[in-house]
Ligand binder design. Structure first.
Ligand code: DGL
Length: 270
């Protein structure tokens, strides 16, 4: 059995790392569309087309369940894929819902009507495409009422992380947090709505202040995936091998990935 984890590049490795810790026996096909990263500056049609092509490739590896470990694809393409594209015997899941369930104190898969929740002021940090989609606010409105969300498009951060330029990434994070705080001086919670951002979690936390709860996705997605597979054991596909596929140059991506996750990750050409 194997499940698929998709990202435009390396960011989804934060989700892969948490899944591998949580479900060590589960084979994973990781797909990085490195040739087309970043997705965060593309339009929705482009993101839809690229995400479908990548997921299609994962089906060929014996995957029946693909997790879009990319907020940008989850925000801009997932709903359209689920409505028009995903074959009946396959599933594609995104990364917003587990996060919103945690923020709104719900159990996995609780679809009861929206209700008042403790948190009232939420800062969302994400790519420009994710912010423009308003998918986070839409999913939140299904589950909670009276929550004020202020979203900050964090241009440049993904490129700086993919290029391994930590100083630039840090400076950009600080300036994005400052920009958000001018509009929402006292957020109670902050959502790191991009799978690259957990690498900068300490910088976000420091710039926001210790009293802000910072939610990052990797472990939440791993826990909800484990719960999903218990409820739908038939969705762990036929693949038996963990492998890392990329549309980019495998050598370059392998080097960057190993640096990114601080363990050896060997990519092969998709
Ligand atoms: N890491 C992805 C996300 O979670 C997208 C980064 C990008 O390709 O812009 O949004």
């Amino acid at each position: 059995m194997a499940i698929g984890i998709f990202d435009s590049g390396l960011g989804g490795l934060t989700v892969y790392g948490a899944v591998a810790d949580y479900l060590p026996d589960l084979p994973v096909v990781y797909f990085a569309d490195s040739a087309h990263t970043p997705y965060g500056v593309r339009d929705a049609d482009d993101i839809y087309r690229l995400t479908c092509a990548s997921v299609e490739r994962m089906w060929e590896e014996g995957v029946d369940l693909a997790v879009l470990a990319c907020n940008t694809a989850s925000a801009a393409a997932l709903r359209r894929m689920q409505e028009n594209w995903v074959p009946r015997d396959k599933r594609v899941l995104g990364v917003f819902v587990p996060l919103i369930e945690a923020l709104t104190e719900r159990n996995w898969g609780d679809n009861s009507p929206p209700r008042e929740v403790t948190v009232k002021h939420v800062a969302l940090f994400a790519t420009p495409a994710t912010v423009a989609s308003r998918a986070f606010q839409r999913e939140l409105a299904f589950r909670a009422i009276g929550v004020d969300v202020e979203a900050q498009p964090c241009g440049g951060v993904v490129d700086a992380i993919e290029d391994g330029d930590e100083m630039l990434a840090e400076a950009l994070v600080r300036s994005h947090v400052e920009a958000l705080k001018r509009r929402m001086p006292h957020p109670q919670a902050a959502i790191l709505g991009c799978t690259h951002y957990p690498l900068m979690q300490d910088v976000f936390q420091e710039a926001l202040g210790a009293d802000v709860d910072v939610y990052s996705q990797a472990s939440l997605v791993a826990e909800s995936l484990s719960d999903y597979l218990k409820r739908h054991p038939d969705k762990a596909g036929a693949g038996t091998e963990t492998k890392f596929l990329t549309t980019g140059d495998p050598r370059t991506v392998t080097n960057k990935a190993t640096q990114f996750l601080r363990r050896k990750i060997e990519f092969q050409a998709a």
